[in-house]
Design a protein around this ligand. Structure first.
Ligand SMILES: Cc1ncc(COP(=O)(O)O)c(C=O)c1O
Length: 398
């Protein structure tokens, strides 16, 4: 039997390291897991309490509204007004999705069909490449270069414009995601504005996956693409509660912005699902309204972990850029180990250092010279990981 749509999907390379990690743990070794970006910080207590309360009522056990209950959409509109100064109509410009990943994947079905082209970042969060692929589109990768921080976002915008001019047929969708997983590249509103102005002169939809909307450090707060003038003519944005509110398992995110695109996804989803379990939607509503500062608490934790890891790596002779956002550190493989490539280097880290990371190639060929650390263990454990790497990577000191 040929499973036509999934045939081209490569094996998930992260499972290679995960299997090694499991084996090492079964052998009694204490592997420090900085691999999968699965948040370890508990969700807000108010969300848990509201969920438990709402789940008691039989009224909430029925199918819910696929586009999200009205109060939830209202809470998101309030959040965007407060946080970004952006006014959104909860009826036509906001829908709820079952996480950003689900929203993104189905949005690609709505926007693309075989023969259509799309520009996506490389390296990339895997669904940014495979979502368009599953929709049958021609996925063209645009390199997020060697710049770091805001300069990387600016360079990506330049490259998108350049690639669009070169290619044929003209891409109808541009995917972007800042702060960026895995590279931790960021962007400034000025560069969003350049892209929006550019897209408005062409028939291009900008899809911004804003999974790390709140996850940023050193007092910096990431801009929303919807803050750019005229953005609602061309752009949609995915805002997720997964990382900002540490609610990964709950599957709550939103698509916001250009109304016809939002409504098109709502239409497809009305055929596909009945939305998130209503008690979860109720709990998410209360959390957005009443736990507004929770993302800042989450950030303080990730920021200390980032400092522990970056300072530690610097001390052992492996300097890496200090990210302004996301919950990751993107580290170029040290020169003396570079020829191993990211999979073998990540295997070495498990085998010699008891540290699990994600090999950069898992995010596309552009990532092969790197590994990604996820900040999902506490500072003491990160400190231990650094000591293990000092011991297990003797060539760092050559
Ligand atoms: C860029 C990006 N988008 C989406 C997601 C998944 O978000 P959600 O849990 O809302 O599906 C992640 C999670 O790692 C991510 O890094």
């Amino acid at each position: 039997m040929e499973f036509r749509r999934i045939q081209g999907l490569p094996p998930y390379v992260f499972t290679i390291i995960d299997t090694l990690k499991q084996q090492a743990r079964q052998a009694g070794r204490d592997v420090i897991d900085l691999g999968f970006g699965n948040p370890d910080i508990p969700s807000p207590q108010i969300a848990v309490d509201k969920l438990a309360e709402a789940a008691q009522s039989g009224r909430n056990h029925r199918y819910s509204a696929s586009r999200g209950i009205p109060n939830l959409r209202l809470a998101v509109a309030d959040l965007y007004r407060r946080r970004f100064g952006v006014a959104l109509d909860p009826d036509s410009e906001i829908i709820s999705t079952i996480g950003a990943k689900e929203g993104f994947s189905h949005l690609m079905w709505v926007l693309l069909q075989p023969g259509d082209a799309v520009l996506v970042p490389s390296p990339s969060y895997p669904i940014h490449i495979w979502g368009p692929y599953l929709a049958g589109a021609d996925t063209r990768q645009v390199v997020i270069g060697d710049e770091v921080g805001h300069a990387a976002g600016a360079a990506y915008v330049d490259s998108v414009m350049h690639m669009w001019e070169l290619g044929w047929p003209k891409p109808r969708v541009v995917v972007l995601s800042f702060p960026h997983n895995p590279t931790t590249a960021t962007i400034e509103l000025y560069d969003f504005q350049r892209l929006v102005d550019w897209a408005r002169e062409r028939d291009v939809v900008l899809v911004h996956d804003f999974a790390y909307a709140e996850t940023a450090f050193d007092g910096w707060r990431p801009p929303s693409i919807l803050q750019a003038r005229g953005a609602k003519d061309v752009a949609v944005e995915l805002y997720s509660m997964t990382k900002s509110f540490s609610m990964a398992g709950w599957r709550v995110a939103f698509l916001l912005g250009r109304p016809d695109v939002v409504q098109a996804l709502a239409k497809l989803k009305s055929y596909l699902d009945y939305g998130t379990f209503q008690p979860i939607q109720i709990a998410a509503t209360v959390t957005l309204n009443e736990a507004q500062d929770f993302p800042l608490e989450v950030n303080a934790i990730y920021e200390s972990r980032r400092n522990a890891l970056c300072d530690g790596l610097y001390r052992i002779g492996w300097p890496v850029p200090r990210p302004r956002g996301t919950m990751f550190v993107w580290a170029r493989i040290p020169e003396n180990y570079r020829e191993l490539g990211s999979i073998d280097f990540a295997k070495l880290l498990v085998n010699e250092c008891d540290v699990a990371v994600s090999p950069g190639v898992g995010f596309g060929p552009g990532g092969d010279g790197f590994v990604r650390f996820a900040l999902i263990e506490n500072e003491q454990r990160i400190g231990q990981a650094v000591r293990n790497m000092r011991r297990g990577l003797p060539q760092l000191r050559l």
